[in-house]
Design a binder for this molecule. Structure first.
Ligand SMILES: [Zn+2]
Length: 537
């Protein structure tokens, strides 16, 4: 392997002993030197490739500790129904009709991330989708992942008639005349497209049964979007047999696009315990780093559990996945086996149960358990202070403050300004991290960084500006502190000699950009394991 020298750069190393430098040298998959250009040239070795960065910012490769890699790959291969790209039922019909022209008749068409609460003419129905195609079964997933709308061909394909009963935990929405509208919720979605795994009531099931060769192809195709955004490591926060089989096959075939860590969902605790398996397990390409649990539901789905119900009319009481005692038992058993625990938690009522579980787990886990709280929507001031007792890692996703902040302000009122209180968490001495929750939101780290700094909604309203962080804090939370959350901060997340050579040259000097332009920034050059894997055209 020839060496690589990047010079004339503004290297932000995340190494407090050597925070900035003009050059970095890489050889044989490792960072060799971060410092002046002549020393770096010598360290890169004879014949090294030299890159003049033209004053651009160089960072450790972005680490996204909560990114549903396989589901993102699936959604990249499907119709992108995100707002504002699709902003009305008519837009949706046009997008599906265009896809139908490219798709053989009879094959499923799937679309992701519909946000129809923002559509001016109301919700789309099967009749709209029937205008797009009657030759293909169509399913359009809502941005929450808890609802979908299907066309008549999809109902027919699945053998669902007007007399279908609602399954437990789901419904087929009907119009005033009692006819199916095509809108389906939760468990009813499973009657349309079969699922690959049974996860009980441990979380939402989006593990759709699809041919492995399709999933492998889509995963390989996802390399471009990830690497051109500068992401070099992800952690898939909800791994089942479906995901791990595909990741293992991709690893064996040499098509895994980036370092892939994962957290098995909690329904697998007993079987993994029987196998003697706990985290960490694997290597620096494919690794299990923790176990994922669900405390409550989602903010957008109306199922987050707050002490005071939310919604414009207080109509959302929220719901829990486990009885509080069961959550404590489950999390404690996992911690005892050695698992790092990661608990999806949004509302303050659910946060109380999550903190009880973390306190119980702390009594049986090792000296540095690093419990994670995923999304970590609304910790009260008191609860945030309790995070410091156990070194809780809040896993923030400020893209939601931007994408759905208007809905949060309407549904939560003043409470919306305290969502993801990252400023406060840092000031308490915690090490919160940034992540995307892709496929639900943009996988681009600079979108996430911009939203953590700016805290404005898509419509331009402030949402807890006082909880905004500095650019440097945001970059650190998406690199070194993200590596800390994954237990690999001794070799990833910083640019220092001996570290794995994952780095990104951004296409700007981000320190000199105004805040409102941060989200335009992409990767100019991405290096993964010492190899250039993306170079802007
Ligand atoms: Zn997620």
């Amino acid at each position: 392997m020839t060496g690589l020298l990047i010079h004339n750069a503004r290297v932000l190393t995340m190494d407090d002993t050597n925070p900035t430098a003009p050059a970095v040298a890489v050889r044989e998959g490792r960072v060799r030197l971060v410092g002046g250009v002549e020393a770096a040239r010598a360290a890169a070795g004879p014949g090294a490739v030299e890159v003049d960065a033209g004053g651009r910012t160089v960072l450790p490769g972005f680490i996204d500790p909560h990114n549903h890699l396989l589901s993102t790959a699936e959604s990249l291969a499907a119709v992108d129904a995100r707002y504002p790209r699709v902003g009305s039922a008519a837009d949706l019909v046009a997008a599906i009709a265009a896809e139908a022209e490219r798709t053989p008749a009879g094959q499923w068409i799937r679309a992701f991330s519909m946000d129809d609460a923002k559509y001016p003419g109301g919700r789309p129905t099967r009749r709209h989708l029937d205008e797009a195609t009657t030759e293909h079964p169509v399913i359009v997933y809502h941005v929450s992942g808890h609802q979908a709308v299907v066309n008549s061909a999809a109902l027919a394909w699945s053998g669902i008639g007007e007399d279908v009963p609602d399954p437990a935990g789901g419904s087929f929405v009907r119009d005033e005349g009692g006819r199916l509208t095509g809108m389906v919720t939760d468990a009813a979605m499973e009657l349309l497209l079969p699922l690959a795994v049974d996860i009980g009531c441990h979380g939402p099931n989006f593990h759709t049964a699809l041919p492995t060769e399709h999933l492998l192809g889509w995963l390989s195709d996802a390399a471009g979007p990830y690497l051109s955004a500068g992401v070099t490591t992800v952690c898939d926060p909800q791994v089942s047999a479906r995901e791990l089989r595909v990741y293992r096959a991709a690893r064996a075939a040499g098509t895994l696009p980036l370092r892939t860590f994962g957290m098995p969902l909690s329904h697998q605790l007993d079987s993994l315990t029987h196998a003697g398996l706990a985290s960490p397990f694997g290597d620096d390409w494919l690794r299990l780093t923790g176990m994922k649990f669900y405390s409550d539901g989602t903010l957008l789905g109306g199922t987050a559990k707050f002490s005071v119900p939310y919604g414009e009319h207080g109509q959302f009481p929220g719901s829990l996945y486990h009885h509080p005692d069961q959550l404590v038992d489950l999390v404690t058993r996992a911690a005892k086996e050695g698992w790092q625990v990661a608990i999806h938690t949004q509302g303050d009522a659910a946060m109380e149960h999550t903190l009880d579980a973390i306190a119980s787990a702390a009594r049986v886990s090792g000296p540095d358990p690093r419990p994670r709280i995923e999304h970590c929507g609304y910790p009260t001031v008191e609860q945030a202070k309790r995070f410091t007792d156990h070194g809780v890692i809040p896993v923030n996703q400020p893209n939601f403050l931007h994408d759905s902040g208007g809905d949060f302000l309407r549904r939560l009122g003043d409470r919306a300004h305290r969502l993801q209180p990252m400023r406060e968490e840092i000031d308490l001495g915690l090490r919160p991290v940034l992540s995307s929750d892709s496929f639900v939101s943009s996988l681009r780290p600079m979108d996430t960084v911009a939203n953590a700094v700016c805290r404005t909604t898509r419509e331009g309203a402030d949402i807890g500006r006082e909880q905004g962080v500095t650019l440097h804090e945001a970059l650190r939370a998406h690199t070194l502190d993200a590596a800390h959350a994954l237990g690999v901060e001794d070799r990833l997340g910083a640019l220092r000699p001996g570290y794995l050579a994952d780095l990104v040259v951004l296409d700007a000097d981000v320190e000199s950009l105004p805040q409102d332009r941060l989200r335009e920034v992409n990767a100019w050059l991405t290096v993964l394991d010492g190899e250039v894997v993306h170079q802007a055209g």
